[in-house]
Design a protein around this ligand. Structure first.
Ligand SMILES: Nc1ncnc2c1ncn2[C@@H]1O[C@H](COP(=O)(O)OP(=O)(O)O)[C@@H](O)[C@H]1O
Ligand SMILES: [Mg+2]
Length: 335
């Protein structure tokens, strides 16, 4: 993707990543040749139906794939700790070693759909944020508590000086999400990976959390990998979009192009199933469903659901640039 880009050096540049799971029933090629990049301070929306490998791409980047049964089989995850630094290939680091541990937390932070995944139910919010702060910054317990309160204030949790002593179950879903964001951002990461961060929240709270993330992004200047199946969220947040289908990126472009001039039939299908504000039209979902992970079709994996499929689609299309900055993997685009 950004191989020839000499203007801006990407913060994160994933190239041909393959992450497989070796299960008793066979091999799941969860991520099967993903390439995508994110520039410093920008937001990349990663979209696609459930099961297409979004989370596994994120977990691979954090080097948090459970192994076994998972394994990064191929590819590079190039990450720059600062704009002038040389890129480090995260796939080459020891997942549990000091360098990767320092990158996780200091440079790359991750938040999830369900805050309880990252918040411990038996410790107060303040202790958990404080732990993260003490782990990465050289401060004592008292100072860590002060900084935790500051962090909670920043994510606009009401009465942070009291909530700092609350346990996660004492907070509402939206407040827990704020606390998790506070924990993730307490070390000012360069990259925030947000995996469906608002899916579990109601629409009003969702808008508040997205707003909060955007404000914090402006303040800290971090880049965001925003994983979601919600194209509405992508439209309002992302600079660029990677559309994933069955472990691959099938279309990549700036957000405007994705919405105005989508080219991949899968992207068009996703857009057709998006409700339009003020319009009471029926949603047109994409025909069929994602195949069983053990029975992925050869060739173009979307062909069985594609209204334009031809014999050519028995061969695998490559992700190719169809205009500057716009990549599509579809035989319709190969002239
Ligand atoms: N621990 C695991 N063992 C086996 N298969 C897995 C495991 N984790 C994820 N997968 C499979 O990897 C594929 C991609 O999953 P995921 O990245 O979670 O999808 P998404 O986040 O896009 O919904 C799915 O087919 C899923 O079943
Ligand atoms: Mg997921």
């Amino acid at each position: 993707m950004a191989q020839t880009d000499t203007k801006t050096q990407p913060l994160l540049d994933i190239r041909n990543l393959k992450t497989y799971f070796y299960t008793d029933d066979g091999v799941v090629r969860a991520v099967n040749g993903v390439s995508l990049s994110i520039d410093p301070g920008k937001t990349l929306g990663v979209v696609g139906e459930s099961g297409c490998g979004k989370s596994i791409t994120a977990f691979s980047t954090m080097r948090l794939i459970p192994s076994p049964p998972g394994k990064i089989e191929d590819g590079q995850i190039l990450f720059r700790e600062s704009p002038s630094a040389d890129a480090i290939d995260l796939t080459q680091l020891n997942a549990k070693g000091p360098q990767m541990r320092s990158i996780r937390g200091n440079d790359i932070a991750m938040i999830f759909q369900e805050p309880m995944t990252s918040l411990s139910p038996v410790h107060t919010i303040g202790n958990q944020i404080g732990e993260a702060i003490m782990l990465h910054q050289n401060v004592d317990k008292k100072e860590a508590r002060e900084r935790s309160i500051e962090a909670l204030n920043k994510v606009r949790l009401p009465r942070p000086d009291r909530q700092v002593d609350a346990y996660p179950h004492e907070l509402s879903g939206g407040m827990r999400q704020r606390a998790m964001i506070a924990m993730a951002l307490s070390c000012s990461p360069n990259l925030l990976i947000a995996d469906e961060p608002t899916t579990a929240l109601d629409v009003t709270v969702q808008a508040q959390i997205l707003d909060l993330m955007q404000n914090l992004q402006d303040e800290i200047g971090m880049a965001i990998m925003l994983i979601t199946h919600d194209l509405g969220v992508v439209a309002s947040m992302a600079d660029h979009v990677a559309v994933m289908y069955l472990g691959k990126v099938v279309e990549y472009s700036d957000v405007r192009t994705i919405f105005k001039k989508p080219r991949h039939p899968y992207t068009k299908g996703l857009l057709n199933s998006l409700p339009k504000i003020g319009q009471k039209q029926r949603l047109i979902p994409i025909e069929g469903s994602i195949p069983d992970p053990f029975e992925v079709p050869s060739g173009c994996t979307f062909a069985p659901r594609c209204p334009h499929a031809t014999d050519k689609c028995k061969e695998e299309p490559q992700l190719l640039e169809v205009e500057t900055g716009h990549q599509v993997s579809c035989w319709l685009e190969v002239k």
